[in-house]
Design a protein around this ligand. Structure first.
Ligand code: ATP
Length: 324
């Protein structure tokens, strides 16, 4: 391997820049060329390539977002799109790829790598922490801390006005952001897809919950069956017309911001491990960290979400005990 291409794809996450930096620095350390690919698979199909040097990644470890930009690219889902991507890689003498993204990115990488026998290692860059093969994904720690900071502020005003706030956090398929941040902010209830708490259960809880505390925070994952914070708000407003009920959807602030030290260090370690993995002949794998050790997991397994949400009965039980 002589020239590694690096791209970020799918939803951005804080720490992607730290990962890019590590891939570039790692490649240069091993005397490899490294090529930046803009806008994920879109850039692969349109040959949006540029050579990267040490200085290309100076002063980015602390920055949110991704200097390589990211995109969703439908053309890469087609054999014709992937054929263009392969042609561009060959013409530019790029002989291996590091892709930074989530499960969609790895699904695409897996298909491409099998079609063309092309070496690819993936880095888990997503705030969702929904991948098998790593204890944490790059961006998750920052995202839950962003949620905790935001909800702490909401708690101040909820407390002053004796209000009940329903706060929606990201997580279309996984309630992990909601569960962890909900425990972190001392939420009175947490609604997540995995726990099957219905709005009736919630009404019950509000009705029979502590009477000595008028302010309440209910954290809802966007993918919960209740249909998001506004729906939950409507139900509660109808049932409790005398409560002051407000809804707050945190939205994209959860994706942005300067990465936490934990995310920077994880991204740095995994980025160098991806380069070393490629040099050791690894391909079609995601590099992750489990129990402090570097682990390579086949893409096909990483995207399976087996236990990946870590929403276990024990965690749900803990949340239940703490919310009373
Ligand atoms: P996040 O979970 O943070 O949103 P992601 O990597 O899962 O990140 P997606 O938008 O699902 O984000 O996927 C990123 C890109 O991967 C897609 O835009 C597409 O180009 C490619 N991709 C996804 N699924 C496939 C597939 N089945 N075949 C080929 N390419 C795919």
């Amino acid at each position: 391997i002589q020239n590694i291409g690096v791209l970020t794809s799918g939803g951005d996450s804080p720490g992607m820049n730290a990962a890019i930096r590590a891939v570039v620095r790692g490649s240069l350390y091993y005397k490899l060329k490294v090529t930046g690919i803009l806008r994920g698979y879109d850039g692969l199909i349109n040959a949006d390539f540029f050579p990267m040097e040490g200085k290309s990644v100076a002063n980015i470890i602390q920055r949110g977002g991704t200097i390589l930009k990211t995109a969703r690219c439908d053309e890469f889902r087609t054999p014709e799109g992937r054929a263009k991507a392969y042609k561009n890689l060959v013409e530019s003498n790029i002989d291996a790829l590091v892709v930074i993204g989530g499960d969609g990115t790895f699904t695409g990488a897996d298909i491409f790598s099998q079609e063309y026998d092309f070496p690819i290692v993936g880095l888990p860059g997503t705030i969702d922490n929904d991948l098998e093969g790593t204890d944490l994904t790059i961006g998750y720690d920052t995202a839950i801390n962003t949620v905790v900071n935001a909800v702490d502020k909401i708690r101040d005003t909820a407390e002053s006005h004796d209000r009940l706030f329903i706060v929606e956090v990201m997580g279309r398929d996984s309630g992990l952001i909601a569960l962890r941040s909900g425990i972190g902010v001392g939420a009175e209830a947490i609604l997540i897809p995995e726990a099957k708490m219905t709005t009736e259960d919630l009404v019950e809880r509000v009705e029979h919950g502590r009477k000595d505390k008028a302010s309440k925070i209910i954290v809802v994952a966007e993918g919960d069956e209740a249909g998001g914070a506004y729906n939950v708000g409507e139900v509660l407003k109808e049932k409790f017309p005398h409560h002051d009920i407000r809804v707050s959807v945190l939205g994209h602030i959860q994706r942005g911001g300067s990465p936490s030290c934990a995310d920077r260090v994880l991204a740095s370690r995994l980025g160098v491990a991806a380069v070393e993995g490629l040099l050791a002949g690894k391909s079609k794998v995601m590099v992750g960290q489990i129990n402090k050790e570097i682990v390579f997991t086949p893409f096909s397994k990483a995207i399976k979400h087996i236990d990946a949400t870590q929403v276990t009965p024990a965690w749900l039980h803990l949340a239940e005990i703490l919310s009373l």
